[in-house]
Structures are given as structure tokens and as C-alpha cells.
Design a protein around this ligand. Structure first.
Ligand SMILES: [Zn+2]
Length: 374
């Protein structure tokens, strides 16, 4: 089975864009309620996981590369990775622009920009932003200005008493066919791109795909020697948010909580079966700035929620968001791709080009058809 599939885009519904609420507008927006505060989230590794540290690559090739650590020596998943992952989910489920899509699909062999209608391409003006750009910020400064976004995500730090190390491993070499197989990348009508790419979870009963040793490709290493952290390792991070509108708050909560039988995927080696994680919110603090300034004595307008009270509020916002804004075809796809526990016994690999992509009967076949390709 191909290691990834696409969450479709609803081409009948271009991103809804509007002027973002800026930080200094926390109060005085009439009847509109804005959400500020922070959410604490635990991250459980469900499979081995590896986050590369580009500043700490062992000079000795016999030593495995270690999981990223901060200055205090704690293992971390950087906030920027978490932010990128959550942003992609908000874009996918909340009908955001295609910010991360540059039209070149990774290798630049084929330009699919023509297959993305103008109204879906990344936001250009800071007064006309989609839900993802309003929440997470515009990615680059453009002619239309800049918007920094309204959330901040800290690094996920491993709990010292919940660290488990996986055995050092050489990563398997998965070579994705170089020529793009059009039926993979375009939708059924061959009119638009197929959607946003997500990797399937591998069954936790299987080991991540590895190789017996270092593989050379033209004299250079084609794989890596790494020591992942094992499943059951637990991390914690905090999301701070300021002045979120109701739809932005709902989208953020959905992107974090997803559904009970779904998991996120993060870090290095996703096609190898690394990086399946469970994000579990543990506490929510809301700060109501409108009461904070008018009645300073009344608990400073802070509400702290945990357990059922927290979940009831999270679900209320997630349900409201889902009823009004969810892209249901994208959710159907993501539910299938990020299903947890995954179907047991499925093997993942890129169908080899010679055996499959070049044969006449493979023409027009789609990713689900790769399941039984040898
Ligand atoms: Zn946007």
C-alpha cells in the first residue's frame, strides 16, 4: 500500500477570507466574543518517534543520531513542528488557502500550479485572510503586508519519568518513483490537484521499516542511523491564544483533539511508520479581557477548566465549528488516513515504477488501488 494518501479539497467552496482581528482589538468588538487563554496538551507516542536535530549530527557514522534536545538536555518536539502540523489540519478541515503548496509538489518535475484555482492559492493581503492565516499568521511577508497570527505554541518537552528509548536503527530506503504518476496527484476528473498529503499510521504491532545497515547511493548515504524514542514516551506542550474568533477557536480545538479514533503524525520517517502521536488536552484556561478591565476584583476574568468541564466546552466549540465550517470530504479522508488503531497487517511501500507505474493497466489507477500491488 502506498504510504500516504490525500485529503480532498472541496473545489466548490473557496476559502472564506476576511479581515483578521488584531491584537489590540481584544475588547470593543461589539457583541462578538473573543477567546484568549491557553491549553495544556500531553503528547503520547503511539509508535517509535524521531525528531532530527540538525545542530547535533554525530560525526561518527557508527553512532546513532539522537532525538532533538533543548539546552537543558530535555527531549523536545519543537513548537514550530507542532504549529506546522496543526496549521495543516486547520487548512485541511477548515477550508484554508493552500499556503504550503507551491505548485511544484516537492521535486519540481511537474508544475501543478495550473491545477489550483486562483481563489484557493495562498492569501496575499493581510486584510483578506483565510482561517489558517488569521489563526497561525501569514507564512511570508507579501506585497499585501504581514500578519503574525494569534497563537503561540511552545516546544513539547518529554516528562523525565516517561522517556523510553527505541533501539538504534538504520532507516529503510524508500524510493518514491521519480516520475509523477498523474493519477496520484490529480483528482478523479484530472482537473485539480488531489488534495493535501497525509501519511497512514502503521500498526504498532509492526516495527518501523529499517535496513540492515548503511546503504550507499552513488557513494553517498541513502539512509540514516537513528535512535528514536519508543512508544509510551510522553511530552507536554502549551498553546497560548489571543483574540480568537469563534470559528478560529473551534478549528484550533478540532485540529488538536480530532476524534477518538484518530491520531496525528509528526517528525522524521513518517512513511517508515514513525511518529504516530496522541494529543490529549489536559487543562484549559480562558481569560475574558472584557471583564478583566471592567471588574479587576472578579478573579481577573479567568476560568480554569479540567476533566469533564473542559471536555464539554471543547466539544461545544468543536461541534459548532463542525456544523458550520467543516469540509466534510476532507474529514472523511483524514479519518481514513489517520485512523487509529490502523488496520493490522498492511504493508507500506512505494509501488515500484517498473512493475507498476509503467504498465498499461496501471494507467488511471489511484492510491487505494496500490493495496495489493506486489
Ligand atoms: Zn490563507
Amino acid at each position: 500500500m502506498n504510504p500516504y494518501d490525500f485529503a480532498r479539497i472541496d473545489w466548490n467552496r473557496p476559502p472564506e477570507r476576511r479581515k483578521p482581528i488584531w491584537h489590540h482589538q481584544l475588547i470593543g468588538q461589539g457583541a462578538q466574543h473573543l477567546y484568549s487563554g491557553h491549553l495544556d496538551v500531553d503528547v503520547f507516542a503511539e509508535t517509535p518517534i524521531f525528531v532530527s536535530d540538525p545542530r547535533n549530527v554525530p560525526a561518527d557514522p557508527k553512532k546513532p543520531a539522537q532525538f532533538m534536545q533543548n539546552k537543558r538536555g530535555e527531549y523536545i518536539i519543537p513548537g514550530s513542528s507542532l504549529k506546522g502540523m496543526l496549521r495543516t489540519v486547520v487548512e485541511t478541515l477548515g477550508n484554508g488557502c493552500l499556503t504550503l503548496f507551491d505548485g511544484n509538489y516537492e521535486r519540481g518535475d511537474v508544475n501543478y500550479r495550473r491545477d489550483v484555482p486562483q481563489s484557493f492559492q495562498h492569501c496575499e493581503s493581510n486584510t483578506h485572510l483565510c482561517i489558517a492565516c488569521r489563526t497561525f499568521g501569514m507564512l511570508k511577508e507579501r506585497a499585501g503586508g504581514v500578519f503574525l497570527g494569534k497563537i503561540n505554541i511552545g516546544d513539547a518537552v518529554a516528562y523525565a519519568d516517561n522517556i523510553y528509548k527505541y533501539e538504534p536503527m538504520y532507516t529503510a530506503v524508500l524510493v518514491e518513483p521519480k516520475l509523477h504518476h498523474e493519477a496520484f496527484y490529480l483528482d478523479e476528473e484530472r482537473k485539480h490537484i488531489a488534495g493535501r498529503k497525509f501519511y497512514f499510521h502503521h500498526s504498532p504491532d509492526m516495527k518501523p521499516l529499517s535496513a540492515p545497515g548503511l546503504k550507499l547511493f552513488g557513494g553517498r548515504p541513502a539512509n540514516r542511523f537513528i535512535q528514536p524514542l519508543d512508544y509510551d514516551t510522553r511530552f507536554h506542550f502549551r498553546v497560548d491564544f489571543t483574540g480568537l474568533e469563534a470559528d478560529e477557536f473551534g478549528a484550533l480545538l478540532l485540529a488538536i483533539a480530532l476524534e477518538e479514533n484518530m491520531r496525528h503524525k509528526i517528525g522524521y520517517g513518517k512513511p517508515l511508520g514513525l511518529g504516530s502521536v496522541y494529543l490529549q488536552p489536559t487543562a484549559l484556561e480562558l481569560v475574558d479581557y472584557s471583564t478583566r478591565y471592567t471588574s479587576p476584583a472578579a478573579g481577573r476574568g479567568k476560568t480554569e477548566l479540567q476533566g469533564d468541564a473542559m471536555w464539554n466546552l471543547l466539544y461545544e466549540h468543536i461541534d459548532n465549528f463542525s456544523q458550520q465550517h467543516l469540509v466534510s470530504i476532507a474529514m472523511d479522508d483524514l479519518r481514513r488516513i489517520w485512523l487509529w488503531p490502523p488496520e493490522p497487517g498492511v504493508e507500506y511501500y512505494y509501488p515500484s515504477k517498473r512493475d507498476w507505474f509503467d504498465t498499461s493497466d496501471s494507467r488511471g489507477k489511484r492510491i487505494k488501488d496500490t493495496r495489493n500491488v506486489p
